[in-house]
Ligand binder design. Structure first.
Ligand SMILES: Cc1ncc(COP(=O)(O)O)c(C=O)c1O
Length: 367
């Protein structure tokens, strides 16, 4: 048996007819950039998330940058984010003109620690980029309290947490704005790059819309220099089709996580993500494993692909060396670093495949 980390082709095959028809429609209408299919997607996306505005753009990184520029981020304004994420969560702060301030994650969690946020707030802090890593909601209640007390905005980076709820409300709608990536392997993914911002703040939406289309709302009217950041019609067509089956895709991810949990819960050498307490999108199924590197090699030898999200904490990448962080600044995130391993996770993964992976993990620790 050979098990890939993810398998996008299987997802395509499951709705091939509809996707092919939608793509043909875009081509027949030459609706390649923005246009009616993109507007349809924006309307579908915002109404499903129960948000007032949705602006699509080139990718999830742009969604973050456009949001933060629209919030008025200025030089030396400090924005707090987690040490453990994909670089867009922090690079977007710098690209929008701010200074990144990194925080540790909570013990026994992969998400930012509110207690560390509180310590890092200064007179210069203006906001928090809150990442819901792997599909698990961060501690929104406590972080919202801190934000309110200190007059900070919250932008939720939901690149890994589409349609996950916290307190009966979708992630992306708890703060000033939510940003999404539709990179192909995401919970909701297209056939290329694209992203979106959702917000209830009209001023922010209009500013981001102008920024995304060269600084204006109408062609040839440029109020300021902006960017070119637009979703294309083909992505919108694919995403509109995938939205129709999203509940099923999400349910499958939960069922897979439960199966992993059932199979692996008694192995003392690994720690599993929680499956019950709160909603979880299971974009990734990440375990903490003793002898992680050896286990990864062993699984690879047995034709099981795994990945590490992410091999380095953001503050220790060359790009942030200038910030001079020390290892002692991130004890929890560092302790996760050598243990995290992402097991295969995609909605079409079969029970017999999960059982095979589990059997191999059990065999590794029984040696
Ligand atoms: C947490 C997080 N934020 C932002 C992004 C950026 O999204 P994109 O690749 O669409 O620019 C990603 C993409 O992987 C991500 O995982």
């Amino acid at each position: 048996m050979k098990i890939k980390f993810s398998n996008l082709y299987k997802e395509y095959l499951s709705i091939k007819k509809n996707i092919d028809r939608s793509i043909k429609e875009v081509i027949d209408n030459s609706a390649f950039i923005r246009g009616k299919y993109v507007t349809r997607f924006e309307n579908n996306f915002k109404s499903k998330l129960r948000s007032k505005y949705c602006l699509t753009c080139n990718n999830g990184t742009d969604a973050l940058i456009l949001t933060m520029i629209s919030l008025g981020l200025k030089n030396n304004d400090e924005v707090i984010t987690t040490a453990h994420s994909w670089i867009s969560s922090s690079s977007s702060i710098t690209k929008a003109g701010g200074k990144v301030v990194f925080c540790d994650v909570k013990k026994n969690s992969f998400n930012i620690d509110p207690k560390d946020i509180e310590k890092k707030i200064t007179r210069k802090t203006v906001g928090i980029v809150l990442v819901h890593l792997y599909g698990e909601p961060a501690d929104i209640i406590n972080i919202k309290k801190l934000a309110k007390k200190n007059n900070l905005w919250i932008v939720e980076d939901c690149a890994q947490s589409h349609f996950v709820k916290y307190n009966k409300q979708f992630l992306g709608t708890h703060g000033e704005a939510g940003s999404f990536s539709f990179y192909p392997s995401k919970i909701l993914g297209g056939f290329g790059d694209s992203g979106a911002i959702v917000t209830n703040n009209k001023k922010l939406y209009i500013k981001a819309l102008k920024l995304a289309q060269h600084g204006g709302l109408r062609k040839h009217i440029h109020e300021f220099e902006g960017f070119n950041s637009r979703m294309d019609g083909l992505q919108a067509a694919v995403l509109n089709e995938k939205l129709k089956i999203l509940n099923k895709l999400k349910k499958n991810r939960k069922v897979i996580a439960k199966r992993y949990h059932y199979n692996l819960k008694n192995i003392k050498n690994i720690q599993l993500p929680n499956v019950q307490k709160i909603d979880h999108g299971y974009y990734l199924y990440v375990i903490k494993a003793e002898n992680r590197n050896k286990l990864k090699k062993y699984l690879n030898k047995n034709n099981i692909e795994t990945q590490i999200h992410y091999p380095n904490l953001l503050p220790f990448l060359n790009s942030y060396r200038y910030l001079n962080y020390k290892k002692k600044d991130f004890p929890n995130a560092l302790s996760n670093q050598s243990k995290i391993l992402s097991l295969p996770m995609y909605p079409q993964l079969k029970f017999k495949e999960i059982d095979y992976i589990s059997k191999k993990i059990i065999a590794f620790y029984s040696k």
